[in-house]
Design a protein around this ligand. Structure first.
Ligand code: BDP
Length: 703
C-alpha cells in the first residue's frame, strides 16, 4: 500500500461481517440530485464496493424501497418510516450540519436511514456510517446523532504560489497553480473527500506570508476552480492576503486602513472575488508580524485593520480571521521584554473593538508551536471577541515528517486547559464554543498536506490530520479514542494491530517533549529550519530568536522567569491560574522552566535535583523511542511491507536523532552548569563542540 487512500481504504470485510452488511446495503435511495447528495451516494457506493466487493444499486425516486436500502433523507422524512417522530426529534437537535443514522423500517422492510437537515449533513452522516463499518461495527449496532461543536473548522495551507510549502514536509503544494484553472487534478476531489469525512469545512489555500498576486484576477480564477471542486463537499475557500496588496499592485497610494481610497479598493476587490466565488469564505491575515506589513505601519491598530477588511466582506457574508501571532523586538536594547507576553499586550486592549465578522486567530501557545506550551493566555482574556484556535498539524518543531509524534494528545491538552472565568471552570474548548458570551469562534490547523503520494510525508502524520479534523468537529473527543479509530481504519480493525499502534501513538508526544524540550523548556531548535538541537545559539539578529533567550541557563540555574520577579507574563492568566503558575511548588513540572528560573539543585517533587531530573527526562525520551521501535517490529506480521518498512526506517532515524538531541543538550547544559553527570548516566557520545559544529543549511547529514 502506498498510503494514498488515507483512512478511507474500504478494504474487504471478513466473510461473516460481509454477509451482515450485504443484507443491509442492497440499494441507495437519495432525495434528489444535488452535487452534495451525489457525492454522498458516490462515497457510499465506493465504500460498500470496497468492503463487500459489490456496490448497491440506486433506487429510483418513488420506487418502493426494498429490504436493506440505505435511505438518505433531507429534512422531509419518507412516508412509511417506522419511528419518524423519534427521528424528527433527533433531527431537531443536530443543527444544519449534523446527521442522524439509524436502523429502522420503511414500509415494513428494514432500512438504514441517514437523515439530516441539509445536504452536507447527509454527506457527513454517510462518512460517519462508513467509518463505523470500517471499524467492524455490525450495521444493526449503528445508531448515531451528531453535530459539530464549532461552525468554522478550517485548514490553513502555508502554500506559496510557486508551489513550495512553508514548513511543509510532504512534497510540493497540492495546488498546481501553474496548471489551474483549466487543468483539475483529481487529487483535489480526494482531498475534499478526506476533509469532508472529518467535517472540515474551510480551506485557506495560501501561505499567511502572502503575496499580493494572489488577489490578481488570474489567481482568483485559479482559486475559483478549486472552490468548484471543494463546494459539493461543504468546504469553502479562503485566501490569505497581504496587507499592502493595493499599494503593491500600484492601485492605491497607501495601505492606511483609514484612507477611504484603500477601503474602497478592498470593497471592489471583495465584489470581484464574490462574482467568481459566490460562497468565498473570507480572508486570513498575518499583519505586523515577522516583517509582514500591517496597519501599525500607519499608526493604526489591529482592530482598525481587521475592521476595514471586514466591512469589505460583510455585504457578502465573508469573514476575517486576523492572526494574533505578533511579537516585536524590544524598543530599547536594555528593556526586558518577553515574546510570550506580547500578543496579549497588543490584543487584550482591543477586546470588543472588532466588527462582528472578525475572528482573532490565536496559536495554541504564546511562543510558537513548541512540543509543549501552556495554553495561550488570550484564550482566557477576550470574552468579547470570537477566537479561532490555531494548531500546527505540520510538525515544524517536532521532527518534521521523520519523527513519529501523535498530536492528538497535544491538541487535547490545550483544548481542555482551564482558563477559568470568574470562579467557574472554562476550558479553551468552551471559550471557542462561545460559552463565555455567545461569541462562537472556530479552529484552524496548519496543514501537513502535500503532493507526496501518501499526502503527509509519513503514514503516522496522516493521524495528525485525522485527529485535528475529529477534534475540530468535537473538541471533547478523547485523543486515545481518535487514535483507535484512525489505527482501525488505516491498518485493520484488529486488536492485535490497534492496541500496539495506539500504545505507540499515546506515548509519542511525551517522548518528543522529553528528548527535545523537557520540563517546560522551549525553542531550542536549530536556526531557520528548526530541526535538531541548538540550545547554544546566541548570535541571531534578534535576541528573541536565540535559544539562549528562552532557557537562560548558566552556572546558577535554568529557565525563563515569567513571575512577578521576571516578565510577569504569568499575570496574563486568570488569577487562580496565575497563582498556580507563580509558585514553582504548584506549577506542574511540565511547565516548570516555562515560568521559573531555578537553581540546578532545586528539589523536584520526587526528591531529585532539577539537574538530575532534567537529565532523566532526556534519557526517558530516548528510551521511549526505543520502546516504540520495538513495538513496531512486533507488528511486522500485520502490516503491509511497504508501509511497515517506511515506518520502521523513520523510527530508526528518530532513535538516532532522539539520542542526538539528548547528547547535545546534556553536553551543553553540563557545560553551562559546570555540574558532573548524575551517577550512572551515560556521557554524551561526542564533546559539545561536535554538536555545535553540526551545520546543515540543506539537510541534516547526521547519524
Ligand atoms: C513560525 C514559522 C514561520 C511562520 C510563522 C507564522 O517558523 O514559518 O511564518 O510561524 O505562523 O512558526 O506566521
Amino acid at each position: 500500500e502506498d498510503g494514498y487512500d488515507l483512512w478511507l481504504r474500504y478494504r474487504a470485510l471478513p466473510a461473516a461481517q460481509k454477509t451482515a452488511l450485504a443484507a443491509a446495503a442492497t440499494g441507495i435511495a437519495a432525495p434528489d440530485d444535488t452535487p452534495t447528495v451525489r457525492a454522498a451516494a458516490a462515497e457510499l457506493k465506493r465504500g460498500l464496493a470496497g468492503m463487500l466487493g459489490r456496490a448497491p444499486d440506486a433506487i429510483p425516486a418513488n420506487a418502493k424501497v426494498r429490504a436493506g436500502t440505505i435511505v438518505l433523507a433531507r429534512a422531509t422524512l419518507p412516508a412509511g418510516l417506522a419511528d419518524a417522530d423519534a427521528v424528527r426529534r433527533d433531527l431537531a437537535s443536530v443543527g444544519s450540519e449534523g446527521y442522524v443514522v439509524r436502523r429502522t423500517r420503511q414500509d415494513g422492510v428494514p432500512v438504514t436511514l441517514i437523515a439530516a437537515n441539509s445536504d452536507i449533513g447527509l454527506l457527513y452522516g454517510s462518512f460517519a456510517w462508513l467509518r463505523q463499518l470500517q471499524l467492524g461495527t455490525a450495521p444493526d449496532g449503528i445508531a448515531l446523532a451528531d453535530k459539530p461543536a464549532l461552525p468554522l473548522r478550517v485548514l490553513n495551507h502555508w502554500d506559496n504560489l510557486d508551489r513550495t510549502v512553508e514548513r511543509g514536509y510532504a512534497g510540493e503544494s497540492i495546488w498546481n497553480w501553474w496548471e489551474l484553472p483549466n487543468i483539475i487534478d483529481p487529487r483535489y476531489t480526494d482531498y475534499a473527500r478526506a476533509n469532508a469525512s472529518l467535517g472540515i469545512n474551510g480551506s485557506v489555500l495560501n501561505n499567511v506570508n502572502a503575496k499580493a498576486e494572489v488577489l490578481s484576477p488570474a489567481f482568483i480564477a485559479k482559486a475559483a476552480a478549486i472552490a468548484n471542486v471543494l463546494r459539493p463537499y461543504g468546504i469553502r475557500v479562503y485566501l490569505s492576503v497581504r496587507w499592502s496588496t493595493p499599494l503593491e499592485l500600484k492601485e492605491t497610494k497607501t495601505a492606511d486602513p483609514l484612507d477611504p481610497a484603500v477601503a474602497a479598493w478592498w470593497a471592489r476587490k471583495a465584489d470581484e472575488i464574490y462574482r467568481t466565488i459566490p460562497d468565498f469564505g473570507g480572508f486570513l491575515v498575518k499583519a505586523n508580524s515577522e516583517g509582514q506589513p500591517g496597519p501599525q505601519d500607519y499608526g493604526r491598530n489591529h482592530a482598525d485593520g481587521a475592521n476595514m477588511l471586514a466591512r469589505a466582506l460583510a455585504p457578502h457574508k465573508g469573514i476575517v480571521m486576523w492572526r494574533a501571532f505578533v511579537y516585536s523586538p524590544p524598543a530599547h536594547p536594555n528593556q526586558v521584554s518577553d515574546r510570550a507576553a506580547q500578543a496579549y499586550d497588543q490584543f487584550k486592549p482591543l477586546d470588543g473593538k472588532f466588527d462582528k465578522n472578525v475572528l482573532v486567530q490565536v496559536k495554541n501557545g504564546a511562543i510558537d508551536f513548541q512540543p509543549r506550551e501552556p495554553a495561550h493566555p488570550l484564550f482566557g482574556a477576550m470574552p468579547d471577541t470570537p477566537l479561532v484556535m490555531e494548531f500546527q498539524v505540520t510538525k515544524e518543531y517536532l521532527g518534521f515528517a521523520t519523527h513519529l509524534v501523535y498530536l492528538g494528545s497535544l491538541f487535547q491538552e490545550t483544548l481542555r486547559f482551564d482558563t477559568r472565568a470568574g470562579n467557574q471552570p472554562m476550558t479553551v474548548a468552551r471559550v471557542l464554543e462561545g460559552a463565555q458570551d455567545g461569541r462562537v469562534g472556530g479552529i484552524a490547523g496548519v496543514a501537513n498536506i502535500g503532493s507526496s503520494r501518501n499526502w503527509t510525508g509519513s503514514t503516522f502524520d496522516q493521524a495528525n490530520w485525522y485527529a485535528y479534523g475529529r477534534l475540530a468537529w468535537n473538541p471533547d473527543l478523547d485523543s486515545r479514542a481518535i487514535a483507535r479509530e484512525w489505527a482501525g481504519q488505516t491498518f485493520a480493525p484488529d486488536a492485535r494491530v490497534v492496541d500496539p499502534v495506539v500504545a505507540m501513538m499515546m506515548r509519542s508526544r511525551e517522548a518528543v517533549v522529553d528528548y527535545m524540550t523537557p520540563l517546560g523548556l522551549h525553542h531550542m531548535m536549530g536556526t531557520g529550519h528548526h530541526y535538531g538541537p541548538a540550545p547554544w545559539v546566541d548570535d541571531l539578529a534578534r535576541a528573541d530568536w536565540n535559544p539562549v533567550y528562552y532557557h537562560r541557563a548558566d552556572k546558577n540555574g535554568i529557565g525563563f522567569d515569567r513571575t512577578a520577579k521576571g516578565s510577569n507574563a504569568v499575570a496574563q492568566y486568570a488569577p487562580e491560574v496565575a497563582r498556580r503558575f507563580a509558585d514553582p511548588a504548584t506549577t506542574p513540572p511540565e511547565f516548570l522552566l516555562w515560568f521559573h528560573h531555578l537553581p540546578w539543585d532545586y528539589r523536584m517533587p520526587d526528591g531529585r535535583t532539577l539537574w538530575t531530573d532534567l537529565v532523566a527526562h532526556y534519557d526517558h525520551g530516548v528510551a521511549e523511542v526505543a520502546a516504540m521501535q520495538a513495538e513496531w517490529q512486533r507488528l511486522r506480521p500485520f502490516v503491509d511491507a511497504r508501509r511497515f518498512d517506511d515506518v520502521a526506517q523513520r523510527l530508526a532515524q528518530q532513535q538516532r536523532e532522539a539520542a542526538w538531541w539528548r547528547d547535545a543538550c546534556i553536553a551543553y547544559f553540563q557545560h553551562q552548569s559546570g555540574l558532573p553527570l548524575p551517577a550512572g548516566v551515560r556521557a554524551p557520545a561526542q564533546p559539545l563542540d561536535y554538536y555545535r559544529k553540526q551545520a546543515f543549511p540543506f539537510a541534516p547529514g547526521h547519524g
